[in-house]
Design a protein around this ligand. Sequence first.
Ligand code: 4AD
Ligand code: MG
Length: 431
Amino acid sequence: MTQRAYIAEISNYHGKDVKIHGWVYNKTGKGKLLFIMIRDGTGIIQAVIFKNNLKPEIFEACQNLTQESAIIVTGTVSEDQRAKGGYELQANDVEIVHIAEEYPISPKEHGTDFLMDNRHLWLRSSKQHAVLKIRHEIIRAARNYFDNLGFTLIDAPIFTPNACEGTTSLFETDYFDTKAYLTQSGQLYMEAAAMAFGKVYCFGPTFRAEKSKTRRHLTEFWMIEPEVAFCDLNQDMDLAEGMVEYIVTKVLENRQDDLEILERDVSKLENIKRPFPRITYDEAVEFLKAADADFVQGDDFGATDETIISEHFDKPVMITHYPAAVKAFYMKKDPQRPERALCVDMIAPEGYGEIIGGGQREDDYDTLLHDIKKHDLPEHAFQWYLDIRKYGSVPHAGFGLGIERTVAWICGRPHIRETIPFPRTMYRLNP
Ligand code: 4AD
Ligand code: MG
């Protein structure tokens, strides 16, 4: 039996016979020669189909192979300097598993709506494939970063009675005799878990009924959210910049080929080394004033504002001390300036916007209760959360990294919809 091999590992089989299971990416040739580019999900290799090396009926059948037909090619792995990857396959047998119908996605330009309608097929295209390989690397690196630091992974629930990030973007659903929300963030549960395990993180999907049609918003997106007991804002920022540096380093180390497919300028990524700049909200506002931006002092930054600020730096920038009024109810206030929150947003370079939001949490029972009421949140739903301030309350902090915005930045993709396998937005629930 000839051994099955994956294209990514083909260099291990130099001179040997292998079977490659895959799909026809492209087919050229004439007369006695056919060249078939096969992709198997791990890479692409050219199979050389020479009439004299195969049974005549098989060579005949190969002529009819269409794009995306499924095949198993048996052949000898040979070196070829011109080939991408350095190897090709001298075929001696081809098993046709399925002849594909006319494939809707061709190398010609398609509109985005068409491609998104065909997202289930578009995933096979090289750029989309590269983005999702890098997404996997980013998730793996983020998790490894926390695992290596001794964090415990604690899964947060998806159904919740609590609004964590404001009541305007809640997805409500029937829950037997009552109502539940789809979680906007695992944070509140991580705070409880941090008091049990010291340092924890969750990684999961989060949901927001974002009515905005921007390049940065999904209704379903994934967040990694660490939370640490006995941690202040500065230590939280140390953790955040360490994680982002680690993620970028791992992508550069392990996904060079994919960055190349995406034509990403890697010199910009190679520069992502600690320390990252740390500025206050007030300092950021100075940049906006200098740029004559259409910005009202005291407001939260919009996408354009973030871009203007990010242009001053070639690394992610961490902005702290926003007005408490524009931030979530759970933020601890700065004791020196109670109208300011001990919060941090990390803004990616090159105009990719906010990738991290976090900060120090209110750890005083009375203050937190007051803030819950001030934000018109139902006190009874937050009783369990208030409990954390009753039994050994300590300073604690954490943050959430949005995976898709991080993928967009690292891959240099302008639109967030390409950074998740099946995007969900106000206008898209299909496929
Ligand atoms: O700044 P946010 O709202 O912070 C929180 O949810 C905190 N509870 C996290 C924490 O402290 N544990 O969201 C965090 C990040 C943003 O910086 C952004 O990267 C991403 O989540 N994000 C979105 N990504 C895609 N689509 C959306 N609609 C997003 N909303 C937030
Ligand atoms: Mg935010």
